[in-house]
Design a protein around this ligand. Structure first.
Ligand code: EPU
Length: 417
């Protein structure tokens, strides 16, 4: 459980960690490289630790030195695939393509992760079928086997992040040209592509969300890559600064260029944001917040992962905020937790909600519905008039590195109890 005593004025600086959603696909894609992969700026979060345990189970030798991780992939062996750990995280789906590349047949459980709605994986499976694999899906497991066919092909990425990533990894070593139409181009997808390019993959991106992969025979055996800063963590701290700074907080490695939609939304709400230096953002406490209306979207639109944290800011705006969550149908229910703290909300349907008027948030015990909803509860705690206790915090630790000590360093009264 995390306890936050609200009302402390924050000041100082915070350094944003490496991106969870970049680190996980890059770790998965590392299995394609037969040799040594050195990754810098890897966040020390629960999802990465679980993922590294799975990799170590299939024979990857792992060395850690701070945020640098070195993987030796020369001795892979399928029999130690930890299915229980795979069930725990959504990103285990990213192992499908590299495991198939090595072992021809896989039989894995449905991935777990945050419960954000149905989260089907049809786009992943359809793409794999089209390049020649046989797939059998039961309520409990996914069985895929066969061999990749050669030749040119057009696949559909559906604009989904992990589906696009899986299809990229499935095709970089396939002979022929693969065009992934409707590909996701989120910054973490680009980070994966950059890593694969540095390993020798031939991947081009077109203005129309197409990714074109020309299969290569082999990849380099010694590869180095750096995980990008986590723009969702940066956005989270911007909201914290706007609501709880004494005057301002400075955010280092703020991933400014990835956050244009979000920053302009904050500015429209009345938050003053200043670019100080290369990738350092100063966010001032807002004196008066105006109501905002957001619609989540694929990149470069407003990121769904910042919708729940922004909802807390909406509770302090002078007017009615409107949320349209396009991507997930289970991501608004956490608003009931905000209501438990005194906010006034109306969930109109699984995709739309209203947040009314500035309401002081009081103390109470609330739960984390998912990773981002969990961090929203921390933000609510920081501005509450009393003590907020948050349960189910393992969700938060999955994706935010040292969130408690980062907030303590800014002056917050927060601890794990
Ligand atoms: N979808 C399909 N078919 C598919 C795949 C996805 O219909 O084959 C739909 C899902 O129903 C859902 C949406 O697409 O409505 C998103 O799909 P999914 O849950 O599969 O998302 P993802 O690609 O695994 C990534 C991030 C999420 C982020 C979303 C959207 C990773 C590991 N996860 O999820 O991150 O919200 O993209 O940008 O990259 C988080 O970090 O808190 C998080 C949930």
């Amino acid at each position: 459980m995390i306890q936050v005593i609200g009302g402390k004025e924050l000041q100082g600086e915070v350094v944003i960690s490496g991106s969870k959603n970049a680190a996980l696909p890059i770790l998965a894609a590392s299995l394609l490289i037969q040799g040594k992969i050195t990754l810098h700026n890897v966040p020390d979060i629960a999802d990465v630790r679980t993922f590294l345990d799975i990799l170590s189970g299939v024979g990857v030798l792992i060395e850690k030195d701070g945020h640098t991780i070195t993987l030796d992939t020369l001795h892979l062996q399928e029999q130690w695939l930890d299915l229980d750990k795979m069930k725990k995280i959504r990103a285990s789906i990213l192992l499908i393509s590299p495991l198939l590349h090595h072992f021809w047949t896989i039989d894995i459980p449905f991935p777990g992760g945050c419960k954000l709605g149905a989260r089907p994986i049809d786009t992943h499976l359809q793409g794999l079928k089209e390049i020649g694999y046989q797939t059998t899906v039961t309520p409990d497991s996914i069985e895929i086997s066969g061999e990749k066919e050669t030749g040119d092909i057009i696949l559909n990425g559906g604009f989904w992040v992990t589906a696009t990533e899986n299809l990229i990894v499935a095709n970089v070593l396939r002979q022929g040209t693969t065009t992934i139409k409707n590909a996701a181009i989120e910054p973490h997808v680009m980070n994966l592509i950059d890593m694969l390019r540095s390993a020798g993959a031939d991947i081009k991106i077109r203005y129309d969300h197409s990714i074109i992969i020309t299969g290569v025979e082999t990849l380099e055996t010694n590869v180095e890559a750096t995980i990008i800063p986590d723009y969702i963590e940066a956005g989270t701290f911007m909201i914290i600064g706007a609501l709880a700074a004494k005057e301002y907080i400075d955010i280092h490695h703020a991933a400014i260029s990835d956050l244009y939609s979000f920053i302009s939304c904050l500015q429209q709400a009345g938050v003053k944001v200043e670019e100080k230096d290369t990738d350092i953002l100063r966010v001032y406490r807002a004196k008066k917040l105006l109501p905002t209306s957001i619609q989540t979207n694929i990149f470069p639109g407003f990121p769904t992962d910042l919708q729940s944290p922004l909802s807390v800011l909406m509770t302090q705006a002078e007017g009615t905020g409107r949320i349209h969550e396009v991507l997930f149908e289970g991501r608004l229910n956490f608003l009931w937790e905000l209501e438990n703290l005194g906010a006034h909300v109306a969930i109109l349907n699984p995709h739309e909600a209203l947040v009314f008027w500035p309401t002081p948030l009081r103390g109470g015990t609330v739960t984390s519905w998912d990773l981002r909803a969990g961090v929203a509860m921390i933000i609510a705690g920081l501005i509450s008039t009393d003590t907020v206790k948050i349960t189910n915090v393992e969700y938060i630790h999955r994706g935010y590195e040292n969130i408690i000590s980062k907030l303590q360093n800014l002056g917050a009264d927060i601890k794990e109890i």
